[in-house]
Write a protein that binds this ligand. Sequence first.
Ligand code: ATP
Ligand code: MG
Length: 434
Amino acid sequence: MAKIQSLRGMNDLLPADSSLWQYLERIVSDVLSRYGYQEIRFPILEQTELFKRSIGEVTDIVEKEMYTFDDRNGESVTMRPEGTASCVRACMQNSLLDNQQIQRLWYAGPMFRYERPQKGRLRQFHQIGVETFGIASADIDAEIIMMTARLWKELGIEEHVSLQLNSIGSLQARADYRQALVDYLQQHFDKLDEDSQRRLESNPLRILDSKNADTQVLLDGAPLLADYLDEDSQQHFAKLKSLLDTAGINYEVNPRLVRGLDYYNKTVFEWITDQLGAQGTVCAGGRYDGLVEQLGGKSTPAIGFGMGIERLCLMLQELKVLPDTISAAPDVYFVVAGEKAELSAFQLSEQIRDTLPGLKLQLHCGGGSFKSQFKKADKSGARIALVMGDNEAEQGLVNIKWLRKEVEGEQPEGESGQQTVENNVVAEKLAEIF
Ligand code: ATP
Ligand code: MG
């Protein structure tokens, strides 16, 4: 019988990696809550129309990347390819945006895009997203960028990411620019790569971030979006840059940064790294003042970003910037053989867990000789083994054994690698060690 495998581009998260993910999620949610952001959760499945109307019909995502199907009722539904549209829908539906309320929100979870799987690019990937609503001024743009900068610092990767920044102006400015760009590129149509030729009709601004070298050369002579910016967007961008300058945050203005989704305006930004090959964007976002209205709500200024958890985890691993404390290994492995010992060890383990809630104590289950249990204790990565046989159990004693002799200073001076203590002081002893 053929073995059933997971779908291509959809990975399992195995125990060996889950503590890394938990660490990342912990740091992120901690930093976000320190800035006053609150978590929101919304469904993975939504009406297809939500994404069509928000992301835009002629974007890569909607044209060819969505997991869309009819449910049993014949309604077209889509596995969310990103979080912003759902977040806006949830906020509108639950009156979180009424009366110009300000919201600072974040979410985390799986997103689905039918892409070509490769390193850092999956079909089920995971994002942490941040969205703010109700603030039109550039201070919030600066705040969320500063917040991401702090995040990189706390994760220890700040030397390996850099900020790309641009303003794509108002809808009108982009429409004017779009015309100028199309006029220019039309004159050089033959020199454009195939994808860009197709996009010239449907979504010409996307040609700006074409990866094709010849197209990039052609773009050197193209009109600049910056020259078409409306007054309001120019001022907004100037304010943002001065706030970032004051905060000491380095950035590079990239006039060709446009982002792949239709709903952005004014500020767009990406944090990129050279650590991940072609999949170098770890965090990307921008302002989307028109989206709420576009989805049937009252005009509401908004800005947000999403970051890829897989890409960040790859970076943390490759840069080896993980603290030892994220190890999933137990601190203590309790080796126990004999019937009396088993009973006593169960009791003692619970007592220790009551006294030392921070300690990771793994009690051996499943029996077996001392020898085989010690092998397991060693393999578990624990620093200490507690050892109890029926003899010890009868006397109310337990042995503390240091398992990591190779760690310098680990085993106390003059100790034989083992110490026998009474049950009622073992927690105290362990507290000294950990
Ligand atoms: P890319 O240009 O790499 O395709 P994108 O512009 O499509 O990215 P966004 O929609 O802005 O990406 O999503 C925000 C972040 O989510 C990206 O910067 C990236 O870190 C991550 N991401 C996007 N698509 C994938 C994917 N298929 N697999 C893994 N991570 C992804
Ligand atoms: Mg993409």
